[in-house]
Design a protein around this ligand. Sequence first.
Ligand code: THG
Length: 381
Amino acid sequence: MSKNLKLNMSRRIRRTPYTNRVEEHGVSDFTVVNHMLLPKRFKNSVEEDYWHLSKDVQIWDVSCQRQIQVSGPDAATLIQKLTPRSIKNMQIGKCFYIPMLNDDAGMINDPVLLKLDDDMFWISIADSDILLWAKGYALGLNLDVNIEEPDVYPLAIQGPKSEELLISIFGQEIKKIKFFNFRVLDFEGTKQIIARSGYSKQDGFEIYFKTHEKYFDNVEMGEKLWDTIWEAGKKYNISPGCPNLIDRIEGGLMSYGNDFTNENNPLECNLEKYCNGHVSHDFIGKQALTKIYNEGVKQKIRGIIFDGDRCSGIGQPLKVLSKDDKIIGQITSGIYSPKIKKNIGLSMILKDYWKIGEKIFVRNLDGTKRNGTITTLPFPD
Ligand code: THG
């Protein structure tokens, strides 16, 4: 594809309250997630960004992590139907990573669920249209719920200095927020949800910035939040960033639509620990999932370490071959890891070959082959 190819912007590709700032900081590439812009690259290389993320702090516009708000008397009932993970013991202030399945037990999303109140949840979605799915199901079951996409624009503050930076703005309360928990803190007289979470393996927070009627629009207050963090962050060597491919793959964090799709069940995605529903509550896909449990899966996501030139990212999946040249999987995310000093990738691998230490080949788009080895996720240090 031409390097100068441009995406034609329109109202269907939504900007965020931070897009002006992101552009001022010299963003060079975007992708589109949930019909909204997600920055993919600034001035530095992915590797420079990776080192910076591992020692300082970055500010990420992850507004595309849209929230689906489910509220009302039947909110908890509906949420429980939407996931095999039990929410019975979920406390207010908790975040749960939840698989969501269709009736064949195929993954339709892998969001983070937030419990705001006993009758109020946010589903912080990956790239698929859950609003329609949830509304359709609630209508079909005649449930007493309200489902909407509120004006919430998550801003991630990631990296080891994120805690100190946020303490300097929001106070010592920040320290009390445990991993995958949130608290409601004040910003300029408005209440904002701040969670210790994020799409990286570094310490970090996500501010679920919600607009407030006292401000003229989302952009005005969003820029105020961005600017406040940016100013305070200078002391901590803050830089603009985005989910980092090296950090994500090393950490074994999967990407919906890339590393797995609705063709895959949660057991193939190593998500069994988030599926206790095959023995307890009812949910969409239960029958199919129970059958898969009993029969076992045919493939699973594994890490792959492979030789050859430094891989700078994968535009199209690369086939993985067994030693006798049978296709046994495909690398769907891959890049050179400066820590492991080899290329690393994620691939669904057929059962006979998924053993750790198995020797394999990775086939380049031009047909040549590289040597590789199956390994654990997250990747070994
Ligand atoms: N944050 C929020 N929303 C999101 C994402 C996010 N929505 C889309 C996408 N990312 C959803 N996917 C993931 C995948 C992994 C994790 C979070 C969201 C994650 N997992 C931890 C891990 O695997 O180490 C553990 C989670 C747990 O133990 O409960 O962080 O990033 N708001």
